[in-house]
Design a protein around this ligand. Structure first.
Ligand code: ADP
Length: 632
């Protein structure tokens, strides 16, 4: 095969330009990116060799070499990893085949310069960082188990060449021909042995394969000898003493290990020696993954046994509401060769899982107590996950108990976030229930006619704004022995103990029985019941739902799926003290079959819907009825 010149895919070229031109400060990151790729290639080979020993072809060396050379102004990074075939080189290096590239390009354009560098690792453009410091990059590679090798060369300017090559052993070797400013002596001179050694120690110390360098020294006869030394400690970070680990080391580790690009929000590093023994290093990422609640998100922790990698994405440790937690568990109690099925049954896994869960709960409540601002940042990213947890565990009192004090809700008091405990703490003695109201935002809830009386009596109300809020609150049922009462439900009555008021309303309802029946008939199937109410003050109508069953909000959430299970039992309530009610009543008396009466009924219902932020089914009809009325 002769030398072929190929062009970078257009998007690749743009990414390349961006990477090279956006890195101002940390020019040195190229080294950790290339070492990280080498380490991944060794992982892949290691994994493959577990089932196919022959792939190693007798060469059991798993190592990385880094060789800076002053004379040729190069730095060479080579590994004995899996290597690549010609097609793989073209696919992996010449193209950015990942769907994330577009997102990367969009994102990097509106990212602050200081954060651009962090973006680079996340989107798998790590290899291109070689061009930050190089005027030319040569990559030779031989795939494990193959006989032929290839050489790829590029100056990072639009094209690359690819040709056949003689390479003795498997793996990849990358030669960076450094730009002149990166050669010589000084902090950013990458031909300098000490600079490189320092960078490896700083960024890649925990890499679990030896990173070797050549060191020159003189023997007793003053002859130059070359000694090969491993520069990294290879000690997995989590096995080290917590007190000796610098925050940067944790951050770097998470970036590499979990392909995160921002520093984690919180890190929990724990060593437990009890009935089960384990070390766990968990983190809450800075941001919720955009697919956190979608099927393609794979939760789970990495599993190690005596520091040896066993499996990724092990879902059996943590409950689903902690799906956002990333991290690893290393336990000598778990066997190396274990299938996912066995793991699911394992008592040790269950014990470790419970212990991890308790620890996370403890850390979260500590954060809530000691650093509210930080907790609210956490809540903004992952609160939904905890709320879904409460809902999904409606029948599990323990889970609800664990989570209920971690929940935050906006309340009518200054529209700030509040825990249920804080709400209860503020309740006046006379208030027996916890009140909540649902709506699409705080402003529309505040305008609900049902809230008028509560406001008048200075009763604080929890605002359920996020669609899952209501699901969580419904699942809780009560808190601290106080019933949680929705003002959007039929059983909401501030004066439920006032027997006199009740009897009055009952009597009034009886006397208007026929009217109420005819209103229902005029509106049709859209509502299930029409009633009089005493919960309204200046409002004429409101829409509530049955005491149990789906709410209006739930129906709205699920209506695109037309899920009959989520049909709300709708009750239109009329305020008998309102002028509109008197008008309704006189229209009814005049001619209950006339359009004037029927239209009036429909307009009342449309109003009730609009107050709830719901568009009537036939908006054009309603608009024309309003117009007719206005012209009268
Ligand atoms: P990422 O490592 O995030 O996937 P890179 O641009 O660094 O992105 O690398 C692209 C791909 O090239 C890798 O996913 C891998 O398949 C391949 N690759 C890079 N370096 C090596 C290497 N040293 N050995 C084998 N394959 C490699």
């Amino acid at each position: 095969m002769s030398t072929e010149t190929l062009e970078f895919q257009a998007e690749t070229k743009r990414v390349l330009d961006l990477v090279v031109n956006s890195i101002y400060t940390n020019k040195e990151i190229f080294l950790r990116e290339l070492i990280s790729n080498a380490s991944d290639a060794l992982d892949k080979l290691h994994f493959e060799s577990l089932t196919n020993q022959e792939i190693l072809d007798g060469n059991e060396n798993f190592e990385i070499f880094v060789i800076p050379d002053e004379e040729s102004k190069t730095i060479t990074i080579s590994d004995t990893g899996i290597g690549m075939t010609r097609d793989e080189v073209i696919a992996n290096i010449g193209t950015i085949a990942k769907s994330g590239t577009r997102a990367f390009l969009d994102k990097i354009n509106d990212t602050k310069d200081s954060l651009k560098e962090e973006l680079i690792g996340q989107f798998g453009v790590g290899f291109y960082s070689a061009f930050i410091v190089s005027e030319k990059v040569e990559l030779t590679t031989k795939k494990a188990g193959e006989t032929s090798a290839v050489k790829w060369t590029s100056e990072g300017a639009g094209e690359y060449t690819i040709e056949e090559f003689e390479k003795e052993s498997r793996g990849t070797t990358i030669i960076l021909h450094l730009k002149p400013e990166f050669c010589g002596d000084g902090d950013f001179k990458f031909t300098n042995q000490h600079v490189i050694e320092g960078l490896i120690k700083k960024y890649s110390d925990y890499i679990r394969y030896p990173i070797k360098m050549n060191f020159e020294s003189k023997d007793e006869n003053d002859k130059t000898v070359i000694e090969i030394r491993t520069v990294n400690s290879m000690k997995p970070l989590w096995t080290r003493n917590k007190a000796d680990i610098k925050p940067e080391e944790y951050d770097e580790f998470f970036r590499h290990q979990f392909h995160e690009w921002e520093k984690p929000m919180e890190i929990f590093h724990s060593k437990i020696e009890g009935t089960v023994e384990y070390t766990a290093l968990l983190c809450i990422p800075k941001r919720a993954a955009s697919n956190l609640f979608f099927a393609d998100y794979e939760p789970g922790l990495q599993l190690y046994s005596r520091h040896v990698f066993v499996m990724d994405k092990c879902k059996d440790f943590l409950p689903d509401h902690f799906r956002f937690i990333k991290g690893l568990v290393d336990s000598p109690d778990l066997p190396l060769n274990v299938s996912r099925e066995i793991l699911q049954q394992s008592h040790d896994v269950k014990k470790i899982g419970r212990s991890l869960e308790k620890n996370i709960l403890k850390q979260l409540s500590k954060m809530l107590k000691n650093d509210r601002e930080h907790y609210e940042e956490f809540w903004a990213q992952f609160g939904k996950s905890l709320k879904i947890g409460v809902y999904n565990n409606s029948y599990d009192e323990q889970v609800k108990k664990d989570l209920q004090d971690l929940l935050l809700f906006t309340t009518s008091k200054d529209l700030k976030l509040s825990t249920l405990a804080e709400y209860v703490e503020r309740m006046p003695e006379t208030q027996k229930k916890i009140y909540c109201a649902t709506g699409k935002d705080a402003a529309s809830i505040a305008k609900l006619p049902q809230l008028e009386l509560l406001r008048e009596r200075n009763i604080e109300v929890i605002y359920l704004i996020d669609p899952v809020d209501e699901f969580a609150i419904n699942a809780l049922v009560s808190y601290d022995n106080k019933e949680i009462q929705s003002v959007n439900r039929e059983d909401f009555d501030l004066d439920e103990d006032d027997a006199k008021k009740k009897t009055e309303l009952e009597e009034l309802s009886r006397s208007y029985e026929e009217l109420l029946m005819d209103v229902k008939a005029a509106i049709g199937e859209a509502v299930n019941e029409v009633r009089l109410t005493s919960r309204l003050k200046s409002g004429a109508v409101c829409l509530v739902t049955g005491a149990n069953g789906p709410s209006l909000n739930m129906e709205q959430t699920f209506s695109p799926m037309n899920n009959p299970f989520f049909k709300a039992h709708k009750i239109l309530e009329l305020n008998p003290n309102h002028t509109l009610f008197r008008k309704l009543s006189s229209l009814h008396a005049l001619d209950k079959n006339a359009d004037a009466f029927k239209d009036f009924c429909q307009l009342l219902y449309a109003q009730a819907l609009l107050i709830e932020g719901i568009l009537p089914e036939n908006p054009a009809d309603i608009a024309s009825k309003i117009a007719t009325l206005m012209m009268k």
